[in-house]
Design a binder for this molecule. Structure first.
Ligand SMILES: CC(C)(COP(=O)(O)OP(=O)(O)OC[C@H]1O[C@@H](n2cnc3c(N)ncnc32)[C@H](O)[C@@H]1OP(=O)(O)O)[C@@H](O)C(=O)NCCC(=O)NCCS
Length: 224
């Protein structure tokens, strides 16, 4: 699924359960010590996906540990992103010579729980959700908006190194499987990440990839 959302130079891997053997490096084992078995399985399967994707890029297997803010720390010269939700785990990587940033997110293909939509959508986005819902009621548009923002955040954070709220990311959804996401202070003005989405087998998956030759982000306040 995820491969369909990204250009050919990005490598990806996905899993729909935690059945495959997914050994961890000792540093990763230490990180998971004492964690719930469910979290350990989710972590291990998504690391296995990441290592398969890295291997497709020709990058040697290595521990993928989190930074101070949860962001995965990739081998030098690589950008990437990880997602997991019930029934799905995935990782995407690309050479930093080809991609400046990548972000992926997976969600159950169901509407957001009651009361969450207003935390996610600006008034302009809420109006567009209503229009899109009238045109294509099969798609849980509010969940898709949320997922697009999460994917954009995961691409943006390693560059910007600061937190932002869901309402700070402005998203324009396209009915044909595309979207544009503009996180705060992305240059040039009005530009954003081009994203793609798909809804398949009860899963909603979103991805953004910023090509390496796209204009960069301005310097930001580093929070760590
Ligand atoms: C980080 C965040 C985006 C994760 O999304 P999620 O839907 O909860 O969970 P997912 O399974 O899709 O993704 C989890 C993975 O995201 C990655 N991740 C975590 N923090 C990250 C960050 N700051 N930057 C980039 N990637 C990050 C990790 O790889 C993590 O998996 P791992 O812990 O097994 O390595 C979300 O939990 C979060 O904290 N958001 C910040 C607050 C927020 O929502 N801001 C607005 C965003 S627009």
């Amino acid at each position: 699924m995820i491969r369909d959302l990204l250009p050919g130079f990005a490598a990806s891997a996905e899993a729909f359960d935690d059945g495959a053997h997914a050994p961890l490096f000792p540093e990763e084992e230490t990180l998971m010590a004492g964690r719930q078995p469910r979290r350990r399985r989710q972590f291990a399967t998504s690391r296995a996906c990441a290592r398969r994707a890295l291997s497709d890029l020709g990058v040697q297997s290595a521990p993928i540990l989190p930074g101070r803010h949860g962001e995965p720390r990739w081998p030098a010269g690589v950008v990437g992103s990880i997602t997991h939700c019930d029934g799905y785990r995935a990782a995407v990587v690309a050479r930093s010579g080809e991609a400046a940033a990548v972000g992926i997110d997976a969600e159950p293909g169901l509407p957001l729980p009651e009361g969450v939509r207003s935390l996610v959508a600006s008034p302009r986005e809420a109006a567009s959700l209503a229009r899109l819902g009238a045109r294509e009621p099969r798609v849980p548009w509010d969940r898709l908006l949320f997922s697009a923002k999460e994917a954009a955040y995961k691409a943006w954070f390693p560059q910007a190194r600061r937190w932002c709220a869901l309402r700070d990311v402005s998203v324009q959804l396209g009915a044909g499987g595309t979207f544009t996401a503009v996180p705060p202070t992305l240059c040039p003005e009005g530009a954003g990440y081009e994203g793609r989405w798909l809804l398949h087998a009860g899963l909603l998956v979103t991805a953004v990839l910023c090509p390496a030759d796209a204009p960069g982000l301005p310097p930001e306040t580093v929070i760590d």
